[in-house]
Design a binder for this molecule. Structure first.
Ligand code: BGC
Ligand code: NOJ
Length: 806
């Protein structure tokens, strides 16, 4: 069953009911100011950091779970309705929500009135724009009262939801004309405030939530709206909100339109005040004036659309598979942008008050983001590297506002450092820019500790080399990619964090997954060394790679698949010898991608084993059989009920690894089959089972052992987005950036047929046609046959016509 449809021409998903199984969300914002918005206009916004600079309030574990957010009411006689269905929850005559690239629109009707709401964040400015358009399609004159509403969060979202004894006394506002300024704590240490305004004179306003709602009421029935009034209240303490009321008369056929703006302002500390107690509104007024008309709104909206047109023109495929085109050309790339911006901090399932930016998460997000805005990728790489410690290990997370490592989680996740090599290598493959390697980059943000980025990569590589266990395999530390495989933790008390409890190191527990990573990224590091002339170092590292490869072939192979790990007692994890958790997905994907045991056919066997034990209707599960009892020596993985999360769900992030792995061994059928199984567009028809958005990946889909098999959870913020871009655009469709230039190496099934790709790369445009005519002629560039897969780059050449014959 579906709850809407894809509108590919407009790059939108159109939702046709407010009653989706879960709120189906979208993101507003590009750089700095961000909002989350659901298909009933719920959600919140923040500036840079969802925890430390929260602008509007969100209630956790709320019922319904999507109440609050952007509140618009239309009072028409005795009927009060909302174009987004919520907050009023009045049944609508028609409803439509469209999530597009950085914007969301609603189009609804009730009793002959049509209302459109459009939400987006204009490029380069720290505000949300909301436009409400109303049209009278009836034969009678309509006397309407329109209400807006938002609820302020007192900046630090954690403190806001905990420290009532202080916070309920500190709320402060100013109201000037149609603009409501939120200035809580500005009097003391803050130098930022927010505002909510509309480009017309208002008939009234409210900023005191209790007056607006009335005693004992909720957002669906504010007493002021019911009575068609506003109290013109200026709140002091308690719960500051911002609401406008506007009386509108509409003749039959008449239309009116209002632009609301929700903005965030930072003021230099020495210019905070206009006069004692009165905030300096100059920068706010400038921003308000910039967007105070329909024309300005439309121009900014068009600029946003042009921005996305341009971004999505960098990689564009045309194949006969409509779903592949849709996902590659629109939604995969869009989701990657969102994960680049958010890491795992703020979604409807990541609360924005927990994790900041993850080290491994952000590094992997970059893998799929690189071609979109390489300059931002470059800056991000430096930010990430700056939280690394001198010994090559690193903080696991950092807060985007401060860019400092999060001390409460610390480090000790031994896969982390290698992901830095992965994303830097991808950056250079995309851009050819090796100057990034010279960029002076501090350790742990300590001034004076700067070393060229290359030294950070070197220490990352050496960290693995220097931290190996009894079998010559990398030590796992607190955990590797699988945060829940906690082999040194031994937690017995409820509430202890599996991620931080116990020693961060153990001399015995080893990870075959990190071995796969080291072999893959060790080679990529050696390639970079060669590329910049460090040939001796390249040789040394290749020798180290060989050692780990040999150790993995000897001690990391279980006969039919790769082992997962050795635990703190030196016992095997993910072996046929185990009772539960006999086979894990991660090393099958990564070790095969790394080419470990390729000559011995390990990869092919490992992938066959995935199909034998882990494949289900919606993807490949993370392990089997699931753990049914708690294993203190394995940690969180055995804490989840069977079939969920790291205990046997499809943890979608690692599915594209296996698909890429299949291309490495030339198995096009498996590569495409794995891609399609968990791809959201291919699951649209079972949205009632899947439950999350059909346009983006979710972190997990419950496995066969779960009570709710097939149900997805935690949509949007997952490393799947980036890896799937790498998988489908590079590994399967075969347009691969390399250090030397663009290479064409498709791994597609016969059925997939011929296809074309337009790729912009290093300042040139490549028109690529992959032609399946059975000739096997290979690469032809501008009419001339070329040996191998690499398109020879010609200095200054702007356009290449490329054919690749299979
Ligand atoms: C989750 C993991 C997550 C980790 C760190 C665990 O509880 O299952 O998916 O990576 O916490 O936040
Ligand atoms: C989610 C975390 O964000 C990610 O870092 C981790 O790799 C996966 N969970 C698997 O545990």
């Amino acid at each position: 069953m579906k709850y809407g449809f894809f509108d590919d021409a407009n790059r939108e998903y159109c939702i046709t009911t407010p009653f989706t199984p879960l709120p189906w969300i979208n993101y507003l914002g590009n750089d700095g100011f961000f909002g989350l918005i659901s298909n009933t206009a719920g959600g919140y916004c923040f500036y840079r950091d969802a925890k430390l600079r929260r602008i509007t309030r969100y209630r956790y574990n709320n019922i319904p779970n999507d109440i609050g957010g952007r509140l618009y009411y239309i009072k028409d006689g005795n009927t009060v309705w909302s174009p987004a269905y919520r907050p009023a929850e009045t049944e609508l005559d028609s409803y439509e929500c469209r999530h597009g690239m950085g914007y969301t629109t609603f189009n609804s009707t009730k009793d002959g009135v049509n209302a459109k709401l459009t939400f987006f964040v204009p490029l380069g400015d720290a505000c949300e724009l909301h436009r409400l358009e109303v049209v009278n399609n009836s034969n009678e004159t309509k006397e309407l009262t329109l209400y807006s509403g938002i609820e302020w969060c007192l900046w630090n979202a954690v403190d806001d939801s905990q420290n009532y004894q202080r916070n309920l006394s500190i709320g402060e506002l100013e109201v000037i004309g149609s603009t409501i300024y939120h200035k809580t704590e500005y009097r003391e240490r803050r130098n930022h405030y927010a505002f909510f305004t509309v480009n017309t004179e208002v008939d009234g306003f409210d900023t005191d939530r209790d007056v607006f709602l009335g005693a004992g009421r909720a957002w669906n029935k504010p007493v002021q709206v019911e009575n068609g009034k506003s109290g013109n209240t200026v709140a002091s303490g308690w719960y500051p909100i911002a609401s406008h009321s506007i009386k509108v008369t509409l003749a039959p056929g008449e239309k009116k339109s209002y632009v609301f703006q929700l903005g965030y302002i930072e003021v230099p500390r020495d210019q905070k005040w206009e006069s004692k107690g009165i905030i300096n509104k100059k920068p706010a007024v400038e921003l308000i004036n910039k967007y105070n008309s329909d024309a300005a709104f439309e121009a900014a909206f068009k600029a946003l659309k042009d921005y996305w047109d341009n971004l999505l023109s960098i990689y564009h495929v045309e194949s006969k598979d409509e779903k592949v085109n849709r996902m590659v050309n629109i939604w995969h790339q869009y989701q990657v942008m969102v994960t680049f911006n958010m890491s795992r901090s703020a979604s409807y399932w990541e609360t924005g008050i927990g994790r900041g930016m993850g080290f491994r998460d952000s590094c992997q997000d970059l893998l799929g983001f690189m071609h979109l805005i390489p300059e931002r990728a470059r800056d991000r790489i430096i930010d990430i590297a700056s939280i690394q410690f001198e010994n090559g290990s690193t903080y696991h997370q950092y807060q985007p506002l401060t860019k400092r490592g999060n001390a409460d989680i610390g480090g000790g996740f031994n896969d982390d450092p290698l992901w830095l090599v992965a994303c830097t290598a991808a950056y250079i493959r995309e851009t050819g820019d090796t100057t990034i390697l010279d960029h002076p980059t501090p350790f742990n943000n300590v001034e004076g500790s700067e070393k060229p980025l290359m030294e950070h990569l070197r220490r990352s590589i050496n960290f693995t080399i220097n931290n190996k266990g009894p079998h010559g395999l990398p030590l796992i530390g607190r955990a590797d990619w699988n945060d829940c495989l906690n082999l040194n933790c031994f937690s017995e008390e409820p509430g202890e964090s599996f991620q931080t409890f116990g020693p961060s190191e153990g001399p015995v527990a080893e990870s075959v997954f990190i071995a796969g990573m080291f072999v893959k990224y060790g080679k990529e590091y050696a390639d970079i060394c060669d590329y910049v002339g460090l040939t001796d170092e390249a040789k040394t590292i290749r020798a180290e790679v060989e050692k780990v490869k040999t150790a993995t072939e000897e001690f990391g192979w279980d006969g039919e698949w790769f082992l997962r790990a050795y635990d703190a007692y030196g016992n095997k994890v993910g072996s046929n010898e185990c009772e539960e958790g006999k086979i894990f997905i991660e090393p099958q994907g990564f070790c095969t991608m790394a080419g470990i045991g390729q000559e011995k056919g390990f990869g092919a066997k490992a992938l066959d084993s995935l199909y034998k034990y882990l494949v289900n209707d919606y993807g490949i599960e993370i392990l089997a059989p699931c753990y049914t009892t708690y294993h203190v020596e394995l940690g969180e993985i055995s804490s989840y009920p069977p079939g969920y999360k790291e205990n046997g769900a499809i943890f979608t992030h690692n599915n594209p690894w296996c698909s890429v792995a299949a291309t490495v061994i030339g198995d096009a059928e498996k590569a495409f089959d794995i891609y399609k199984r968990s791809c959201p567009a291919f699951l649209e028809d079972v949205s009632e089972i899947h439950r999350t958005e059909p346009y983006v990946y979710s972190q997990m889909i419950a496995g066969r052992a779960a009570v709710h098999y097939g149900e997805a959870k935690n949509s949007f913020l997952t490393g799947t987005a980036a890896w799937v871009v790498v998988d489908i655009t590079q590994a399967i469709l075969g347009v691969q950036p390399t250090l030397q230039g663009l290479s064409i190496k498709p791994c597609v099934t016969k059925d997939f047929g011929s296809y074309s790709v337009v790729r912009k790369y290093r300042g040139a445009k490549y028109d690529i046609n992959v032609i399946q005519d059975g000739s096997g002629k290979g690469l032809v560039v501008d009419g001339a046959a070329v040996e191998g897969n690499l398109i020879p780059a010609v200095e200054g050449k702007k356009e290449y016509k490329v054919e690749f014959y299979i």
